[in-house]
Design a protein around this ligand. Structure first.
Ligand code: AN0
Ligand code: CP
Length: 317
């Protein structure tokens, strides 16, 4: 595997989940695979889970791991070609990327949507420059339009907790005070559309995601109707995608918060969220603390999704 940015990069999805569950059974079985190999993780944005779980995954595989926070101690990077660099940016990304590539064997990149220019975000301008200029296998640690390590961990978690062969999985928008990217819901839809689940997306009008990710999924604007009979409730906020409102907050309607009253509409569903989550905006205290909340095992599976992806990249070096 040379790149990991979306569900297709995994090939046969059932086989990938099976491999992940094998990795989970014995996470040190491939300790020699990464010997004398270096993993570089580059962060343009904050992280708790991705930083720790991906570093742990690399260590499980015997790799040396390095972390660079671009905004804390590195030079400010110019990302546009042709700019006269007389401002506060000291280095161009076109030098920085191959230099970073020269110190490592595999690179993970976190570069969120900037909400300044929809085309730049949806063309994955930063991630694609890493793929093009680093000379190394590159995986997304949440880029502008996707978070495939999260969605893979989510699928593994659903596989572990499901009680029926084809569970009903509902992705629901929920309110949040700040504008958030569509990366997490995009990738979740990307994966659920390929998985053996009954997938429904619910959000207020105006919050439709990119059709490239929604594909054949059912979209229901009435949250209560969508939640009826759900086996898994996956909550997430995102800002508007559609023009002319790209990156804008259109609603803070607290009636969309996932409360115990909402969960009562479901088939005793499990509650999921990628974290970090704002309590009593996205989900009530009682729901996230309930036995049906699987947010902690879901986060723990981030180590497994990362390890499966890095293992495949090491195998292809
Ligand atoms: C980010 C997002 O919504 O994309 C990261 C989630 C994993 N969340 C925040 O910035 C709060
Ligand atoms: N879920 C997730 O990616 O969390 P972090 O932003 O803390 O890495």
């Amino acid at each position: 595997m040379r790149t990991y940015t979306n569900v297709k990069d995994l090939g046969d999805l059932n086989a990938a989940v099976k491999e992940a569950l094998e990795v989970k059974k014995n996470r040190f079985a491939y300790k020699s695979l990464g010997e004398n190999k270096t993993l570089l993780m580059v962060f343009f944005n904050s992280s708790l889970r991705t930083r720790l779980s991906t570093q742990k995954a690399g260590m499980n595989l015997g790799m040396n791991t390095m972390v660079l926070d671009i905004n804390q101690g590195a030079w400010k990077l110019e990302t546009e070609r042709g700019v006269i660099m007389d401002g506060d940016k000291s280095e161009h990304i076109l030098e920085a990327i191959p230099v970073m590539g020269s110190y490592c064997d595999i690179i993970g990149v976190r570069a969120f949507a900037q909400f300044e220019n929809k085309e730049d975000d949806y063309q994955e301008k930063i991630l694609n420059q890493f793929i093009q200029y680093s000379g190394k296998p590159v995986f997304s640690m949440e880029a502008a339009t996707g978070h495939p390590l999260q969605a893979f961990a989510d699928l593994i978690t659903i596989e572990e907790y499901k009680k029926t062969a084809r569970p009903k999985v509902v992705l629901t928008w929920a309110p949040h005070p700040k504008a958030l990217p569509q990366a997490v819901p995009n990738s979740f839809a990307d994966f659920m559309n390929e998985a053996d689940v009954d997938f429904v997306i619910t959000h207020p009008e105006g919050y439709n995601l990119d059709p490239k990710f929604v594909r054949g999924a059912k979209v229901e604007y009435d949250q209560d109707k969508a939640l009826a009979g759900a086996d898994f409730v996956y909550a997430k906020n995102w800002a508007a995608y559609a023009d002319p409102n790209y990156g804008k907050i259109l609603s803070k309607d607290m009636s969309w918060t996932v409360t115990s009253k909402k969960m009562a509409l479901t088939n005793n569903a499990f509650f999921m969220h990628c974290l970090p989550v704002r309590r009593n905006m996205i989900v009530s205290d009682d729901v996230i603390e309930s036995p049906q909340s699987i947010v902690i095992p879901e986060a723990a599976n981030r180590e497994i999704s990362a390890q499966t992806v890095i293992k495949r990249m090491l195998e292809s070096l």
